[in-house]
Design a binder for this molecule. Sequence first.
Ligand code: PEP
Length: 241
Amino acid sequence: MRKIVIAGNWKMYKTQRESSEFLQAFMPQLESTPQEREVVLCPPFTALSAMSTSLHGSSVQLGAQNIHWENSGAYTGEISGEMLTELGVRYAIVGHSERRQYFGETDETVNKRLIAAQRHGLIPILCVGETKQERDADETEALISNQLAKDLVGVDQKKLVIAYEPIWAIGTGDTCEALEANRVIGLIRSQLKVADVPIQYGGSVKPNNIDELMSQPEIDGVLVGGASLEPDSFARIVNYK
Ligand code: PEP
């Protein structure tokens, strides 16, 4: 059985106070959420400590939005695995397209971050996906195949989540058709050594498209940006039908 993982990526949104207000409204809505759905919240680093305290003993897991490959060192602005695990963090998003696009992440640094996350006992959520230009040029399959080949060198696939995130669908409201997301995720799965790696879809997931996305056989969860910022909206996504 593949695990279902539903993660909210808060990006650079929410102060510590706003995070706590979110939890007050969100947590009561999880009372009848099936236990086999793993719910993960990835707030900014500054909210991790307070959220870790609030979530203690709950079923919701904490995730970080990045992790550096060294254990410590002169890496201004970065965060280490030990700093995250000390706070009870269990997941780390790696290779998000915003990191690749705006902060110069390459497949090589993504690979190093994946390996570091696993070394610290964290489960990395590896993001892969094509731009609109690459899709229009029929390069989607080759691009993703290349990302997987480079990113996964030396990575233990038994401790991994992958998110298929077409870049043209992120934050645009232009969701990938459920059938197409299912097809690409099937292709991703066919390249993996381990059959039960959970593979999420991400890109403008909303309360009004979650049920259809989750009805697809290859889709094992979602990575949600904008719609995870509002408690009722993320609760509806987590409680998909
Ligand atoms: C994301 O940030 O990974 C994402 C999918 O964002 P959104 O849901 O806002 O498209």
